[in-house]
Design a protein around this ligand. Structure first.
Ligand code: FAD
Length: 490
């Protein structure tokens, strides 16, 4: 009887907890190890997954299949037209391939957990199989990080302090598991047909395909090259560079982390080694970067402890009665990067062109949607998800709720980013704007942040760039008054 590893958002060989456990079990049982991946368009649609992200998954799946092939591990690819077909599909693979043990890495989100529970139920009911779900999505499993009273944390700093203490005191959290062992050669005759299966190597999307392949090359080795190069060349200047979009001072590992092509454990382990074994002291850049990965962990813990946040609810229920604007034209202008606020438009156009947006711009554009346009943060969250190559529900939801002042450590509602000041501070020379808003290319460093405010009407008209769709000061006052009203009712 053989062993099955079901891959999902963990498209890697190295440091893959369930894969490692499955490999050990196959060896002990003197059996073959087999991989499974289920293409599931209905789930993708339900979760607003960006086509460009699915394309990245498919490209990585292709690489994974090649790496598995080198270890004589076949990767069975199935398609579930409807998500409800998934339990039956897993069941049939189990029967066809004489499987006795099924492994996967546990997911964190409500729908995926429900899906996995029904697969497990079907397997345990109908065949003599054992199922093992491994903790792999977080460096420290959510159940291990608790306040003194045994509750989950709802604020980042105390969470991170406890998290660091645990990681420092219990070395197993950062232990990386080994790659699986090679299957015995006879598997190539036993399961010959499964070695011929080729997953789709792309998925249709509207962005520049070659550019996307160049910006985000697929494969574990590419992810590790990126991590190594970031740590060697950029990490020590991360503290200063991470907020200046034009400097490209961040790792851009998020697409790889979201697809599970690299693990957060591998990232933190590498950064900690470079920081001479320290998490919270030592090199400013490295420790700040580790802390950012800590935010990722935090938001993962939040969706587990407070599942309502992934079900369209605010973390702070009292903020749910805000009367949002339904101005569809404003929303469309925001989506298209045509708000007349250069820094906002630059961020949105970066997103629409390359499926990625720098963190500072994510904060500026999100704050603008919510606090200048008074549009429900959930519309923005959905739009980001539908465009991002690194779309990740916990981080996206956490980032949006932070920006909208509805979340855990949300910034106070009365703190509203001024797009002009943000632009002057974080894109002082206007280079980022020039890159993404070519209409403004000819403007000098001073004009570029606020062309409508500083140019004559005639000069402005020549640019063919939209006028600001709102007046920031009055939009801010309107938003603050509305939030105050809501809080007074709570
Ligand atoms: P680096 O600065 O190199 O950081 C390393 C890693 O740490 C990142 O890859 C990411 O996994 C994690 N990280 C960094 N900052 C954050 C943060 N603020 N919150 C959570 N994790 C963080 N991140 C996503 O991965 N997917 C999303 O869908 C997503 N949506 C966001 C939406 C909004 C409104 C905001 C404000 C932030 C969002 N983020 C999201 C967080 C952050 O913007 C990205 O993780 C970061 O820009 C990715 O670039 P990087 O890999 O170069 O990050």
């Amino acid at each position: 009887k053989n062993t099955l590893m079901w891959f999902r958002t963990d498209l890697r060989l190295q440091d893959n907890t369930a894969l490692h456990a499955a490999s050990i079990r196959a060896k002990v049982g003197n059996s073959f190890l087999v991989g499974l991946y289920i293409i599931s368009p209905e789930e993708w649609r339900d979760h607003d997954e960006a086509p460009v992200k699915i394309d990245f998954w498919m490209r990585n799946l292709h690489c994974l299949r090649e790496s598995l092939e080198k270890l004589a591990i076949p990767l069975v690819i199935k398609t579930a037209i409807h998500k409800d077909d998934i339990p039956g599909i897993v069941q049939s693979v189990v029967e066809d391939m004489y499987i006795s043990h099924v492994f996967w890495n546990a997911e964190l989100l409500v729908d995926e957990r429900k899906r996995d529970a029904s697969v497990k139920k079907a397997l345990l009911a109908r065949s003599n199989v054992q199922v093992e779900e491994c903790d792999d999505q977080c460096i420290v499993p959510p159940a291990d990080v608790r306040t003194k009273t045994g509750n989950p944390y709802a604020v980042f700093t105390p969470f991170y302090n406890t998290w660091c203490k645990l990681v420092d005191s219990e070395p197993h959290y950062l232990e990386l598991s080994q790659t699986p062992e090679r299957n015995p050669p006879e598997i190539r005759t036993t399961f010959a047909q499964y070695f011929d299966q080729n997953p789709p190597s792309s998925y249709p999307h509207t962005l520049d395909i070659n550019n996307m392949k160049e910006l985000y090359p697929a494969g574990e080795s590419q992810a590790h090259r990126r991590l190594d190069s970031f740590i060697k060349n950029k990490a020590s200047r991360y503290q200063e560079g991470r907020d200046i979009p034009q400097l490209e001072g961040t790792s851009v590992l998020s697409p790889y982390l979201a697809a599970g092509v690299i693990s957060a454990r591998q990232c933190v382990a590498a950064a900690r080694t470079a920081n001479k074994g320290k998490l919270t002291t030592g090199d400013e850049g490295l420790k700040t970067w580790i802390k950012e990965v800590g935010w990722r962990e935090f938001y993962r813990h939040i969706v587990v402890a407070f599942p309502r946040v992934s079900k369209s609810h605010a973390f702070q229920p009292k903020t749910e009665t805000v009367e949002w604007s339904d101005n569809e034209e404003h929303f469309q202008r925001w989506c298209q990067g045509k708000t007349g606020f250069p820094i906002v438009d630059a961020g949105m156009r970066q997103l629409n062109s390359i499926g990625y947006m720098h963190n500072r711009l994510r904060m500026i554009t999100a704050c603008f949607l919510v606090k200048d346009l008074l549009i429900n943060w959930q519309q923005g969250e959905k739009y980001f998800m539908s465009q991002l190559i690194d779309g990740d529900l916990p981080s996206n939801n956490g980032g949006w709720q932070w920006s909208a002042s509805t979340g855990t450590d949300a910034q106070p509602y009365f703190r509203v980013f001024n797009p002009l000041l943000q632009s002057q501070r974080f894109d002082a020379k206007g280079d980022f704007i020039r890159r993404w808003v070519p209409e403004l290319k000819s403007l000098n460093d001073k004009q570029i942040h606020n062309p409508h405010g500083v140019l004559s009407p005639k000069e402005f008209a020549k640019l063919r760039y939209p006028k600001p769709i709102v007046d920031h000061a009055s939009a801010k006052a309107k938003y603050i008054a509305e939030f105050k009203r809501v809080l007074a009712l709570a």
